[in-house]
Design a protein around this ligand. Structure first.
Ligand SMILES: C[S@@+](CC[C@H](N)C(=O)[O-])C[C@H]1O[C@@H](n2cnc3c(N)ncnc32)[C@H](O)[C@@H]1O
Length: 268
């Protein structure tokens, strides 16, 4: 396979264009009220930690940018909370979801468009907050996406980002399934995630890597924190697997081995 950045990005785009993220949990007719309600209910059952991380209601009147809106569930919260909200995603499918969703609830956002996190169509120093949940580890040049986030933040503006954590239970379980049980224990976790986790080329980072990247930029780090997620707890699996996950998480330190690696910083 040709993994030059452009080809890889097209593969990523094709993958997420087939189905907007988070819509796999509903069988309701596309773009109906029932469809969107089920997506929203499911999202915050699976990831309730998003509320305390994002703190949507604190951004009323603030200029915010969400990168990688997916089906638009978090984006809807920014708009409902009265933020001056802009959203982008690499795919038409995601932006179409946002358009239908806002219209269904008779809500208006300041702007939303197909755009690439590695080349954001915004001026320097524009946003009070840039938010992105589970996105920039999918784009081929994650560092470029991070630098774009910093570029468009206002001085003292904030960023709230979640990327995947390599030292996590879910990553270990993935490695057991796709490497160990297939007789390929020499394969790295990074390699397994690249080929098996959602779109091709998915990366996961350690706390130290994020810390090092941020320390070499013009930002003040507020927090770098993994969160033990629904996926680490194997919540979709039977009692036996959930028991194994709960023992593993207790032994390995709970949130320390969470799949969601959240971090927050402000621009100097
Ligand atoms: C795992 S989904 C997350 C979506 C949403 N934030 C959520 O939590 O449901 C990843 C999203 O990132 C988007 N994405 C991937 N690469 C991107 C890029 N270079 N620029 C903008 N969005 C991108 C995909 O189209 C997809 O909607």
């Amino acid at each position: 396979m040709d993994n030059t950045p452009n080809t890889l990005k097209e593969d990523v785009k094709d993958y997420w264009n087939q189905q907007a993220c988070g819509t796999q949990f509903t069988d309701k007719d596309k773009y109906t009220l029932e469809y969107f309600e089920e997506i929203e209910n499911n999202r915050y059952i699976v990831s309730p930690e998003i509320f305390s991380f994002a703190q949507f209601t604190r951004y009323r009147g603030k200029k915010i940018l969400e990168i990688g809106v997916g089906a638009g569930t978090d984006f809807l919260q920014w708009v409902r909370a009265g933020a001056d909200a802009y959203g982008v995603d690499l795919t038409e499918e995601a932006i179409d979801h946002v358009k239908h969703r806002l219209s269904l609830y008779d809500l208006q956002a300041s702007g939303y468009a197909v755009a690439d996190s590695e080349n954001l169509p915004f001026d320097d120093n524009t946003f009070d907050l840039v938010y992105s949940w589970g996105v920039i580890h999918h784009t081929p040049n994650t560092i470029k996406a991070l630098d774009e986030i910093i570029r468009v933040m206002k001085p003292n503006g904030q960023a709230k980002i979640m990327i995947y954590h390599r030292h996590s239970l879910l990553a270990y379980f993935f490695w057991i399934k796709h490497a160990l049980l297939k007789g390929k224990p020499f394969k790295s976790i990074a390699d397994i995630l690249w080929y098996n986790m959602e779109s091709i080329g998915t990366k996961a980072y350690t706390i130290n890597e994020v810390d090092k990247i941020l320390k070499s930029r013009n930002v003040n780090i507020s927090e770098i924190k993994p969160i033990l997620s629904y996926y680490d707890k194997l919540e979709r699996f039977n009692t036996f697997f959930r028991f194994i996950a709960s023992i593993a998480s207790k032994l390995l330190g709970g949130d320390k081995v969470g799949w969601f690696l959240t971090f927050q910083f402000s621009k100097k």
